[in-house]
Design a binder for this molecule. Structure first.
Ligand code: KG4
Ligand code: ZN
Length: 350
């Protein structure tokens, strides 16, 4: 079975053809980073317009790369929640038009749930019995949350950020230090040359048993360290432009240490608190491309004797392959959705 996936929830227009829910035949991602860079973040209206311009060329390219035509497609999968509503509507409208004209089922997929499936793609060796129960972690620009999964479609929320997402913190630290947008990869690169002990930034723990996350305090701590305390008029002691490369690298490394430690600490807490015999750690979302996070998750998984499933970099970031893969399972279990499928800014997993 060939499923064509469509992704348009934020600032990447994606299309992908996946065979039998596992094999990625093509994975096309048109990024809009250049359009949003001057604003230091994603501008929703610009994102929607760019999706409209890119969606057809991206779909055609995904079919060409897979060596198939529209007529070969058995179902259309689309990320219909959560995300920027105007951006989601572009993908959902395209998916409906295609499903109607090709007379195929349409399958609406939750983007966050799909991130948890990314690490299972392009691998024939697993079965539900070998992977689940699993602990899931989604770390991205819009989400930071942990889940207990009893199957790819059986997902329970354990904890989530009470303020900023971890990716948002990376992006803000990058913009404070003048490293550009998106900030995650830039902070990741510079952190590798810095001293992680140069600054003692707070690791968010919240209450003793909490499985939630918080990144606003860490973000503010980095701001104060870079620019000094705020004055009563909202300005800062320093403008921050006096920082040299070594100082910036030390700030990045120390920030990353605290940001990543908050994640591993909550995973350990969740593992300690559950009676469920967790086999696997399923990780997804843009920040799972981070070098330090990947290394620390590897050692945590080794210590806890868990199998770690980290997607390759192109499947960490927003992509349509994860949607098309999970849609295979949803189609098998529930059948297709109807053409009245709606887009929603909120995730269905609570
Ligand atoms: O999953 P994603 O593409 O979009 C959302 O669903 O939000 O994640 C994008 C986020 C951005 O905040 C970006 O800065 C971050 O992932 N990111 C990284 C790295 N690569 C991307 N953060 C840290 N280290 C990286 N290497
Ligand atoms: Zn995402």
């Amino acid at each position: 079975m060939l499923i064509l996936g469509i992704e348009s929830s934020c600032d990447e227009t994606g299309a992908s053809v996946v065979r039998d829910g596992r094999t990625v035949l093509s994975n096309v991602i048109a990024s809009q980073h250049d359009l949003h860079a001057e604003y230091g973040g994603v501008v929703p209206e610009i994102a929607s317009r760019a999706h409209v311009e890119r969606i057809m060329p991206v779909l055609r390219r995904a079919l060409d790369d897979a060596g198939v035509t529209f007529r070969d497609i058995d179902a259309i999968a689309v990320g219909h929640r959560p995300g920027l509503i105007g951006a989601l509507l572009v993908g959902v409208s395209a998916a409906k038009a295609l499903a109607w004209s090709l007379d195929t089922p349409i399958v609406g997929i939750d983007h966050v749930q799909a991130h948890l499936y990314a690490g299972l793609l392009d691998d024939d060796t697993w079965s539900d019995e070998s992977v689940f129960p699993a602990l899931g972690l989604v770390v991205s620009g819009g989400h930071t949350a942990m889940y207990l999964l009893r199957g790819p479609l059986d997902v329970m929320l354990l904890g989530k950020t009470i303020d900023d997402a971890i990716g948002e913190a990376f992006d803000k630290v990058s913009s404070m230090l003048g490293l550009g947008h998106p900030g995650g990869p830039a902070v990741d690169r510079l952190a590798r040359t810095g001293d992680e002990r140069a600054h003692d930034f707070p690791v968010s723990r919240l209450s003793r048993e909490s499985l939630d996350f918080s990144y606003s305090g860490l973000k503010t701590a980095v701001l104060y360290e870079a620019r000094g305390k705020p004055n009563s008029d909202g300005s800062f002691e320093r403008d921050g432009w006096d920082l040299d490369e070594r100082m910036k690298a030390n700030l990045c490394a120390s920030f990353e240490r605290a940001a990543v430690r908050a994640i591993t600490l909550k995973i350990e807490r969740a593992l300690d608190a559950t009676d469920t015999p967790v086999r696997t750690l399923l990780v997804g979302g843009g920040v799972s491309a981070n070098t330090r996070l990947r290394a620390e998750l590897e050692s945590l998984a080794r210590a806890r004797e868990l199998e770690l499933r980290l997607p390759r970099t192109d499947l960490c970031l927003d992509n349509a392959a994860m949607l098309a893969g999970l849609a295979h399972r949803k189609l098998e279990r529930d059948g297709g959705d109807w053409l009245g499928l709606v887009a929603s800014p909120m995730s269905a997993i609570r």
